[in-house]
Ligand binder design. Structure first.
Ligand SMILES: [Zn+2]
Length: 284
């Protein structure tokens, strides 16, 4: 009996020990796959994470591209019309009658002719410019400004007589004939180079100030002309700050018809006629 009892106790102890230790071994073996699983979940997770990341990126890029294209398309035609008017501005046809350039370097063509029309008293202009001069004088009068013409068309024959008279005067003063011709050219325009030959130039003063000098610029008439002549197609032909280009002294009384299409541009740009022709001129 005591042997059987001891055997049973031994069996009971073994059973208890088995129960205690066996499950503890399983928990260790279960931990390993748990440790491995996080690695797998990490390696697996990025994939599903990347997939949704890529997925929203693609639809984001598509809507960005979609509106970007229509934005570029309307921008393209805009620069085109901007360039076109600039290019049109860049060239004017200098063969037009109202853009003829006559100066010390550009003689009036020998066959040049035009019809004359009276503007004021005995003073005439090219009939295509005369109406604008008359309107200008009339409108100035309404504002209390008296504009008085003192020179208009001067033909080449008259200019030749004036020029030869000056040469003879200088010779009688002791100049040689060669020196007299050079000196005369600095006082009287060489025949063929006076803008008055064109029938488009006017010398305009006012009854209270008829001297042709720089002081005239301070009169109301000169100020009115400088501010308003461009509206009638006339430009101040020999500005004070352009004498090196025009080779003519400042003449606040000398106005030249070019047409309103060009006069307002030239006056607002502050350039002289030589610069205008140089910058924009092109014979067609
Ligand atoms: Zn003049």
């Amino acid at each position: 009996m005591p042997i059987i009892g001891a055997f049973l106790m031994l069996l009971g102890i073994i059973l208890i020990l088995f129960v205690i230790f066996y499950p503890s071994g399983e928990t260790v073996s279960e931990n390993d796959p748990v440790v491995e699983n996080p690695d797998q979940t990490i390696s697996v997770d990025p994939t599903p994470e990347k997939t949704p990341e890529v997925a929203p990126e693609l639809p984001q890029e598509e809507p960005e591209n979609a509106p970007a294209d229509p934005e570029i398309t309307p921008e393209d035609p805009e620069p085109v019309p901007e360039v076109t008017p600039e290019e049109e501005k860049m060239t004017v046809d200098t063969s037009l009658w109202n853009l003829i350039l006559v100066n010390p370097d550009n003689f009036l063509p020998e066959d040049y002719s035009f019809e004359k029309e009276q503007v004021q008293g005995n003073y005439y202009l090219d009939s295509r410019a005369a109406p604008y001069a008359k309107q200008m004088i009339e409108d100035a009068k309404k504002e209390g400004i008296d504009l008085q013409i003192c020179s208009s068309i001067r033909d080449v024959d008259l200019q030749t007589r004036l020029f030869n008279n000056k040469i003879n005067d200088l010779i009688s003063e002791g100049y040689s004939e060669a020196d007299a011709k050079v000196k005369a050219a600095t006082i009287v325009a060489v025949p063929g180079t006076s803008e008055h030959h064109t029938g488009l130039a006017l010398d305009i003063v006012t009854p209270s100030y008829q001297r042709l000098n720089a002081g005239y610029a301070e009169t109301d008439a000169a100020k009115w002309l400088k501010a308003n002549a461009a509206k009638y197609g006339f430009i101040l032909r020999y500005p004070q700050d352009k004498t090196e280009i025009t080779k003519i002294i400042f003449e606040p009384w000398h106005y030249r018809y070019v047409g309103t299409e060009y006069s307002e541009f030239i006056m607002s740009e502050g350039i002289c006629f030589e610069e205008f022709i140089e910058l924009y001129g092109a014979k067609e």
